[in-house]
Each structure stands twice: as structure tokens, then as C-alpha cells.
Design a protein around this ligand. Sequence first.
Ligand code: UTP
Ligand code: MG
Length: 588
Amino acid sequence: MNNVKKLFMYMKPQNRFFYLSIALLILNIVLGMVNPYLQRLFVDKVLLKKDTTLLIKLVGLMISLSLITSLFNYLFTLLVEFSSQKTVSSIRQELYRHLQELSFSFYDKARTGELMSRLTGDLEGIRVFIPGGFLQFINSIVTFLIALIILFTINYKLTLLSLCLSPFLIYISSIFNKKLRSAFKDIRQEYAVLNTTIQENITGIKVVKAFVQELSEINRFKSVNKENMAKNIKVGYISGKYAPIMWFIGDISFVILIWFGGFLVQQHEMSLGELVQFNGYLWAMIWPLRALPNILNMFEQANTSGERIFGLLNQKPQIKNPENPVTVDKIYGNIVFENVSMKYDGEYVLKNINLSVEKGKKLAIMGATGAGKTSLVNLIGRYYDATEGKIKIDGIDIKQIDLYKLRSSIGIVMQETFLFSDTIKNNIAFGKPDATMDEIIEAAKAAEAHDFILEMPNGYNTIVGERGVGLSGGQKQRISLARAILKEPSILILDDATSSVDMETESLIQENIKNIAYGKTTFIIAHRISSVKDADEIIVLDNGYIVERGTHKELLKRKGIYYHNFREQYRTMMGEKAMDDLLQEVNA
Ligand code: UTP
Ligand code: MG
């Protein structure tokens, strides 16, 4: 029940309202206890002694009591709703904040559907627990105790006799509780699988259709859906079996009451009114015992949900902001890699990388797919940390620079572009929300995006992304490029940023970038020679190693991978002969 305890920590700010609702609840229980007493008076005084004036008083009292309890009930519901919603909303906020802090590596492994079910289904489990579990628990305990005390004062013999069945009730409840615990764990797990399946199918629906896998997807879902249903039915089956047992025991208690109680009335040890009153309190005492399984059930549910929610909150971000960051006013962008190696899951993907890129210089990175290009640039902004070696910016180890400062100074176009369901304008201004319209247009122009944006239905106010206008791959890349440029970063990283753009537009962008990148340290990953040939240094990665490095000319002279790439790309473009002449010239 540790997780339930943690839940109450989140309730603290709402404690005032929560305590007030508990007070109202207890008041209502006490008021409810008056009724059987009035019934006793009704039988003994009104029916048996024909006291009609008392009848009017009793009726008046009963109506007023009912009015007051209704009012209290109303206030109680409001207060409970307020405090439970507020608590859950603050946990949700905390979860969301936490999700922003977790590192890239967490998201490499996390499943979106599962995370979604934490923030929805699991939180709902917690929310319903507050009124349905915790307050019901208080309700049961208080009702049970008060009823028990009153029962003893009416007739202790009858009370003891009626109580003889309660050990059974408690025993059965505990068995029930154990069975439900595992059943609920299964349900939550299955719910997450269900969510993940739906989410992945929707995200990948185009692939599903293109590969005509709708039927097999439907069948796969059928089994997940069935499993989910089965797990839920199992809970129904467990509760279904136990509830009648509880009712049966309750009924037996009633039989004992009329049998032995009737005998006591006949013996004049009790009045008829007292028997009626006793019956009222007996039910008040028994229902909490019957409700117990349901309440324990809620505790279980809240506990499993809590375990998953707090488990997520306990995930520590792998990349942490340094506790005492070195104070830097501005990051200039002199970048040095010292013997950097990097592993993913135990496998080296970068080995002994040594680099030095001065402020304002341009480093181009080439290499086959999977060579480690993206992994290398991802280290600069500490999206991942190097396993060995050091990366320094302006002479300071990046692990000692404030993370926000570091990342703010980097403008990156990632290999996989992502745009938000928002206007083009807001997408470009994502990293600099206070940018003026002129700045946005300037960035878009530099990324060769301005013209096609103007052709969109609402220009810069056109909504793109999931719910918006469809964009081509190249258009998305150009908007991402504008987004990176607008930040005015000291370090610009372009990871295959123009791979989907046609050659002509690409060379226009290259021209623009020359101006934009002026003074900025630029890392450019590309496959086209035309994109990299002007770089101050070009490195070629192979299997995590730098296998070639130098300027365009130097690399052509080396006749290695770069040279062969060049031949491949230029042969068809300029013809074998012209190309050979060009290479001769270079080598001369
Ligand atoms: P990269 O993603 O760095 O390769 O992965 P790359 O050079 O940029 O390749 P392209 O041109 O974009 O295709 C380098 C290695 O790291 C592994 C990959 O399997 C690859 O072998 N890797 C990458 C992981 O193990 N986990 C990851 O999250 C990413
Ligand atoms: Mg890559």
C-alpha cells in the first residue's frame, strides 16, 4: 500500500477540502443512525401505545433529517470531486513535466501507447479510488463501529450471536482480495498492450495499407482485444462469485436475528420496538462487511495504478544537468572531440573520434548508412552522452555546461523531421516563440521555404502536421531548417537536412546557408558531394571509425571512399571524360 501512501502526499494541498468532506461524511453517518431509533419509538410509542402527537413529531424529524443529509451529501460530493480531480490533475501535470525531462534513450525504448495509458487509465484508477475506495473505507469503518456500539447497548446477547458470522466474512474477503490483486495487475498490463497496439496501428496505418496487412492487423487486434476482455471478465467472475456468498451470510444473520430476537421479545427481554431498531442497526453493521471486498478491490486497483505511475516518476533522466555548471555567458562554438567512443546497448557505434572544429568552421560528415553520423552529432547537444572520452565546447567539458544553455545554442535539423499540429508560423518559431514575423519570413526565405509557404491556403497560418495540410518530405525538411536557423544558434547541425530536396533547391539552400552559417560552427551530414565539398574539413565515417579526413581536394587525391563516391555521383552528370579531366586537374 506504499503507492496509496504516496498518493496522499499529492492530496496534501487539498487537505482542507478533503478533511471537510470526511467530517461531512461522519456527520451523515451519525445522522443516519438516528433513524432506527425513531423507528423504535414509532413501534413502541405510536403503534403499541397509540401516542398520536408523537407520530407528528416523528414524521417532522424524519423529513428534516432526510433534508439535512441530502444537503450534506450534495456538499460532500462537491468536495470529494474537487479534491480528487485536483489531486489527479496535479499528478498528471507532474508526469508530463517528468516526461519532458527524460532522455532520448528513455524514449528509444518506451512505447507511446503504454505512456499514454499511464496518463489516462492509470490516473483514472487513482481518481475513482479516492471516493470509491478511501472514503468508502472510512464510511464502512465508522458505520460499523457506531452500529456495533449501539447494538451492544440494546442487547449484548443478540449482538454477540449476530457477530458470530463475521469471521467468515473477513476470511472470505481476504481470499477475495488476494485473487483480485493479481487480476487487476493483469488488467492494467493488458490495457497498456491494447493502447500500444491501437497507437502503433494508427501511426503506421499507411504502411499497413501499403502492404495490405489490414486483415492480419485486425486479427492481431482481435486477440489483444479478446485478452483484454478475458482479463476483465475474470475480475467480474471473481467478484461475481463472492458477492452472493456475502449476501448469503448477511441473510443468515437476519434469520438468526428474527429467530433469537423473536424469542427475546416473547420472553420480554426486549420490546418489539427494540427488535425493529436492532434490525436497522444490524443492517448498518453488515453492509460495510459486504462492501469490504469492493473497497479492497479499489485499494488494489489504486495500488497497481500507483505502482505504474510512481514507477514512471521514479525513472531518472540519464542525462542530467550538472549540479554546479560552469558559468558561460555565450557559447562561441569551438568544438573538440577527445578520444570519443560511444556504445548503444553494449555495442560500439563510434570509436576513438578526435575532432576539432573551430568557431565558424564547417565540418562535413559522410559515410554509409549506419556508419555513426547521427550518433556523432547527437553527442554535441548531449542528447546522448559519450561512453568514453570528452567533448569540449570553448574549452569546457559539455558535461559541465548548463544543459539548457548548451542546447539553446544549437540549431538542429534532425534526420527525421517532425512538425507539430500547428501553423507553419508557429512551427518555425518553435525554438524562439517571441520571434517577429519578419524574422520568421527571413528564416523561411533562407531555407527556400518562403515561396511554397505563400502558395499554401493560409500562407504562414496554414496548419500542418497531423491534423493539417499534407506536406512533401522536402517541404517538411525546409520548414525544419527554417526552425533551426531562426534560433540564431552558435552551432548549426544539419543531419541529412536536404536529402528530400531536389538538386536545384538544394544548391540554392547551400548558397543561403553559406550566409546564414557565417560565424556559426556547422556540422553537415550529407550523401551528396555537392553539399559537402565546400566544407573546411570532411570526415568519412565507416563502422564508427573516421577512415578519411581532409578537404575536398585532399580526399579526391587519396582515392578512397570519398573519391569513389565522387566518381559515382559525377559520372552520369558530367560524363566520364569530363570527370576524368576534372580529377586530373585536382591531382595535378
Ligand atoms: P547512426 O544512426 O549513427 O547511423 O547509427 P548513421 O550514420 O546516421 O546512418 P544513416 O545514414 O542515418 O542511415 C549508427 C549505429 O548505431 C546503431 C545503429 O544500428 C547503427 O548501427 N543505433 C542507432 C542503435 O543501436 N541505437 C539507436 O538508437 C540508434
Ligand atoms: Mg543518421
